[in-house]
Each structure stands twice: as C-alpha cells, then as structure tokens.
Ligand binder design. Sequence first.
Ligand code: ADP
Length: 262
Amino acid sequence: MIDQLIADARKIIIKFGSSTLADKDGKINTAYLSEFADQAAALIKKGKQIVVVSSGAQVAGLSTMDKWARKKDLHYRQALCAVGQVELMGAWRRVFAQYGLHIAQILLTREDFDDPIRTLNMRNTLFTLVDEGIIPIINENDTVSVEEIKIGDNDNLAAQSAILWSADLLILFSDIDGLYDKNPKEFPDAALLEEVRDIEAVRKNISIGDTNSFGTGGIDTKLQAARQALLFGIPTVLAHGGRPRSLEALAAGMQKGTVFLD
Ligand code: ADP
C-alpha cells in the first residue's frame, strides 16, 4: 500500500521530527541527513518532486550555544532557534550539495496561512523553487511565533504546507513505526495499525496509555495533520524515519508504517 502510494505520487512532502534529526549527543545527525539526501536525490532523478519540513532548530541551536541550555524564557528560546536555524540549514545545504541540489529556506507562521495574499505568494514561491529543481525546507518562524500565532507543531505545519503545494502524499517521519492501538513505548504488546480510514473512530478506540506522551502533541498532532491533509485528498504516511534508508525501504515495500487514507 505505502509502496504504491509513493510510486503513484509525484509531489511528496516529508516532515522530520527533532528526535529523528538529532543524534545521541543531541546534535544534528549529519550522517542521517546525508543518507536522506541520497535517497531524495534518487527519487528526484526518477521524476519526483520533494519538499521537506524540518524541525531541529532548537536542537541545532543548543549544540552551538550550549551555555543557553538552562535559559527557559521565551526570548532566549526564540534566540536559540534563530541561531539554530542557520546551523540546521547549513547542514541541509551541505548534504544536498553533495548531489548537486540546491535548497531554499521557507519560514512560516499560522498568520501566513490565514492571509490570502501571503498564501498566494508562498504557493508561487514553492512552485517556482520546486520547478527549478530546488528543495524547499520549511520550518515554523520561531522568531515571530509567540504562542498566540503559533501553529505549534510541525505535523500541522507539514499538513498545511502539503495542502498549499497540492502535494500527492505527506510522509511524517517519527521515532515510531506508525500508529499503534496503544503507546508501544509503554505496552510491548501494542499492535501497529497499518491502514486507517476513519481517523475519528480510531482516535476513540486506541488507548492513549500515558496521557503525557499522547496529550502533549506527540501522536495526536499527527492524527490532526492526517485528518487535515485527507480533507484535501492527500493521503498521509506515518513511519519510522530512523530505520536504515527509510524512504527507500517504504518505497520498496520493505518497511511498515501507518497509512491514513479515504
Ligand atoms: P516527533 O518528534 O517525531 O514529532 P513525537 O515524540 O511528538 O514525535 O510523537 C511520537 C510518540 O508518540 C511516539 O514515540 C510514542 O511514544 C508516542 N505515542 C503515544 N501513543 C501512541 C500510539 N498509540 N501509537 C504510536 N505512538 C504513540
């Protein structure tokens, strides 16, 4: 099913969570980024178009400004993301350059999606970049995003971006193989749900286990993202981004995940 969706999709948007992009020491995992760039370049050669939604600015910022690790107030957190965003994009730029690919940075807020003129500009820029073979890398603009105007999580940002770009497929790479009937980190007997057609029904039926891991974003924002994307006919795949060559493995039908579709 997932392999078929990838085969059929021309425009694929791929979101990475921070946990997927960071290594054990809390630094941006450049070997991982490089492995992804290699897989993305191969797909692009086959005629696919790719847009990336990348978290990780805070992680990258912390490894640069480690003395700020304990500073919790908003301005420091935003400043940290401003520092980290440069590091993050530098890392993405270097890995894609190995394949002769240019990248572009797009920083967005919720207000951008609410404004029709901005939306039009974002859409035109995205299309132009992708048509020119450049890989747009989207993140939330943390410098201006205080709580009230925040999308707040990159799952929903990825879904909105997928809708904006009229993507054929949204892939959410996380540190889990997909949606389970209960949190697999607490329950070893949790079962992977490989196909979800009714998100609301599933939401009521799956055990949320530890409410913290479910309630604070986590899997819930992924369900929101999938629901949003599906409203516009865009199927969503939730899969483990940290398996060996995950994108290729999914495309080859060698890796399992959860697919949300109509
Ligand atoms: P990311 O940083 O990739 O966006 P999150 O950590 O926010 O990912 O969300 C994924 C986590 O959600 C998983 O690691 C898992 O511990 C937790 N989780 C809670 N309930 C479930 C469930 N029913 N199925 C899958 N994961 C779940």
